[in-house]
Design a protein around this ligand. Structure first.
Ligand SMILES: *Cc1c(COP(=O)(O)O)cnc(C)c1O
Length: 495
């Protein structure tokens, strides 16, 4: 078999090593990097079931990061998945009310984005060394709330890197904002933007494509890279936790050899669920991929009609990290179901930019048969939190509750009772006012830190350090800019 390389969803002839794709983030043609083929696991599921998280991570990642040596990759994995996580297992699988909750929030910022952003800085600095890059790497990121803090924590004080995070002012939770604006580290910069997440993400994409800006950066001894979920250095580490969940269930006898499971993922930018899709195609017996949206239900409509239409009102919901109308990673799925036809993908993406919508062909729709799209309205999300709490005492965060609700609806509609893993993407402490309101009635006016103490009582779950340390942390970043001032703010920080 030829060595796995990376090509672009907008140029199938391109060939880049994994380390170069990690460094570059986004392809110069505006496309996303995809592997030239989806590798098959070369260790049996039984053997994997005897390994810990780090062991499984190596067996999965070695297949995708082929120009990293065994030592390099194992070093990256060991540096990422260590005592920063508050569970020795790195992720926990918790049974509650008919499904397994895959708790992906045990990292330093209590959101699942830690899973990928704990390792990305190591993959990136290793890649820089391998490719003789002397410039400082500048991470430019737009965040809907969780990526920002997870990326800041990952890159804080990493030599040879700087990180700039833009977030929608007023579009993230109190705890999320506080986590970001208290970030220490001389190489970090956090800026609020008067706009929504899509505005932030689009402006960041424009800066990546800005050749003038690139030249200016080179003069300053810098180069951009991306920590957004479009980077393969974020996508690939996420494949691991779906392989791990399956073999964990297998190892514990919860499923038998060959049994299929379903996976439900609360979805925004489509990175997490795409990782599950890759795990399935690597040979993990996963049947349905249940894609759960909140009221910004572009993906629900897409899976049900084949039309992707972003021309609609943008809603601020109680699951803000999923408030997204342009799911960037979907482009990778589009490319796969178009038979890896770069021209077909390019035409659809052009239509999205020019007309705000595109429609896939009937042939392409066949490639979506593994997916099921559902959504939860605001009231459904809150009632789901209450239902689980009342029935089991288990407390979900708002994003996970979206998935949990959609999963229950899926079972009602289809009668499909396969064992199911629901990705639990954030600690309930990150969204305390919404979570407590769901359990006890409206709490939106109360002091957020007082609510944290109440939640601790209710849930019996220890307050994570990521929250307790915020109370007295000084605010280090208070800049807020207009959308057209973002580029200027980047240059100001770098100079
Ligand atoms: C980012 C995020 C999501 C959405 O994940 P995608 O990979 O962007 O689809 C869901 N839940 C939480 C808590 C998040 O932070």
């Amino acid at each position: 078999m030829e060595e796995l390389m990376y090509k672009s969803t907008r140029n199938s002839d391109l060939r880049l090593t994994a380390s170069k794709a990690v460094l570059q983030g986004l392809s110069e043609d505006g496309g996303l990097f995809v592997p030239t083929y989806i590798p098959k696991l070369d260790v049996s599921l039984e053997d994997l079931s005897k390994m810990d998280y780090r062991g499984v991570a190596y067996e999965v990642m070695k297949l995708y990061m082929t120009d990293y040596t065994e030592d390099e990759l194992k070093h990256c994995i060991a540096s990422a998945y260590d005592e920063k996580f508050d569970t020795e297992n790195i992720v926990d699988l918790v049974w509650a009310d008919g499904a397994y909750y895959l708790e992906l929030f045990h990292g330093s910022t209590i959101a699942f984005k830690d899973m990928a952003l704990s390792i990305l800085p190591h993959l990136m600095t290793t890649a820089a060394k391998k490719n003789d890059i002397e410039d400082d790497i500048v991470i430019l990121t737009a965040t809907s709330g969780d990526t920002g803090k997870a990326a800041l924590a990952g890159f804080d004080s990493v030599p040879g890197t700087k990180i700039i995070v833009f977030y929608p002012k007023g579009g993230v939770s109190f705890i999320q904002e506080r986590q970001m604006v208290t970030q220490a580290g001389a190489n970090t910069c956090v800026i609020g933007v008067n706009g929504n997440f899509d505005d932030c993400q689009s402006a960041v994409k424009r800066m990546f494509a800005d050749t003038e800006l690139k030249k200016t950066l080179a003069e300053l001894g810098c180069r951009f890279s991306s920590a957004n979920s479009i980077n393969i250095g974020r996508l690939i580490p996420q494949v691991v936790y779906y392989v791990y969940s399956y073999v964990k269930l297998l190892g514990e006898g919860k499923i038998a050899r060959g049994d299929e499971i379903n996976v439900t993922v609360p979805t925004g930018n489509f990175g997490n669920i795409l990782a599950a899709y890759l795990a399935k195609h690597m040979g993990v017996p996963i049947d349905r991929l249940i894609c759960a949206s909140n009221e910004n239900k572009v993906l629900f409509d897409f899976f049900n009609t084949g039309v992707y239409d972003k021309k609609r009102e943008f809603k601020l919901t109680n699951s803000p990290s999923m408030d997204i109308l342009i799911s960037s990673n979907l482009e990778r799925l589009i490319y796969f179901i178009a038979g890896e036809d770069d021209d077909a993908n390019k035409a659809l993406m052009k239509s999205l930019t020019d007309e705000g919508r595109y429609e896939i062909t009937d042939e392409m729709k066949k490639g979506l048969k593994d997916f099921y799209g559902g959504f939860a309205a605001e009231a459904d999300t809150l009632s789901q939190i209450k239902k689980l709490y009342d029935d089991t005492g288990y407390v979900l965060d708002t994003h996970t509750a979206v998935a949990s609700f959609v999963y229950d609806e899926y079972v009602k509609k289809t009668g499909d009772k396969k064992k199911t893993v629901i990705a639990s993407t954030a600690s309930p402490y990150k969204f305390t006012p919404s979570v407590l309101s769901a359990i006890e009635g409206n709490k939106s006016d109360a002091d957020p830190f007082a609510l944290v103490d109440i939640l601790a009582e209710k849930s019996g779950v220890k307050i994570p350090r990521a929250v307790s340390e915020l109370k007295n942390a000084p605010i280090k970043h208070d800049k807020v800019v207009e959308i057209d001032e973002m580029k200027g703010a980047v240059l100001e920080f770098l100079r």
